[in-house]
Design a protein. Structure first.
Length: 256
């Protein structure tokens, strides 16, 4: 992954129709009410992407703390805005599982990096979902900016809420989620959700940094699915540019 100089969010994209550019401009106006943002160029293999990045994150977090709006950091902090390396790890892995003509549902997508990468690798139809409305604004802006609105749709989805999944008309060939297993209370609803919405012969993929691995989820999933587990090591850089070696746990769920 290569990062170059950021692009001002207001700059027009040659990839968009006038209607899409208008929608993007409207989204950016809404987002700019809370955040200072710029599009950050990323290079994934031979596939260029641009992802909306927050420039005043610390100021935003400080404001949340002053308002005492952070009761549970895992839920209340804007973790969805971070570009997680696991999204690239899982996106690259998915290209090995017949993406051409295949449908994909992303859960807990945040700003949508995994879906952007998957679209570049050839998935035919992607539904990008999250429970956080601000995350979906960022994700939709990223989809538009990269000219992928005909292949990626966005929708609010809470896998733990009964009746929420009625937006899903059919099963998906692939279901994927990166860094979503940190909330223990989601494990059982996730297994039930995948059982309902994974197409026959489909596969569900979960990618988690080993530092946050949750063995309990694999045990729960094994009651309904054949579960295979692997590990992928990658070298990343932290916010200060320091090199780090990370190991990611990959769980693949298949119907028996």
């Amino acid at each position: 992954m290569t990062i170059t100089q950021p692009t001002p969010a207001a700059q027009a994209s040659p990839l968009l129709t006038p209607e899409e550019q208008t929608e993007l401009d409207t989204l950016l106006q809404r987002i700019s009410a809370d955040f200072e943002v710029e599009f950050e160029p990323l290079q994934v293999d031979d596939h260029p992407l641009e992802v909306l990045a927050i420039r005043n994150m610390q100021a935003h977090v400080d404001a949340l703390l002053r308002r005492k709006a952070v009761r549970n950091p895992l839920r209340d902090l804007p973790l969805w805005a971070k570009i997680w390396p696991g999204s690239f790890v899982l996106g690259r892995l998915l290209r090995k599982y017949e993406p051409k003509g295949t449908t994909l549902l992303e859960l807990g997508a945040g700003c949508g990096v995994l879906s952007l990468v998957a679209a570049r690798y050839g998935f035919a139809r992607i539904l990008l979902t999250d429970v956080v409305e601000q995350a979906l604004l960022f994700a939709r802006a990223n989809v538009l900016r990269n000219g992928l609105s005909k292949r990626i749709a966005t929708a609010r989805l809470d896998v733990a809420a009964p009746g929420q999944s009625t937006i899903l008309a059919t099963g998906f060939d692939r279901i994927a989620a990166s860094e979503i297993l940190y909330l223990d209370e989601l494990h059982r609803p996730l297994v039930k959700f995948v059982a309902r919405h994974l197409a026959p012969g489909g596969k569900a993929f979960f990618c988690t940094d080993m530092a946050r691995a949750k063995p309990r989820f694999a045990k729960l999933a094994a009651k309904c699915f054949h579960v295979s587990e692997g590990h992928i090591g990658v070298t990343t850089h932290d916010d200060d540019g320091l090199e780090q070696r990370r190991i990611y746990n990959i769980l693949i769920l298949e119907r028996p």
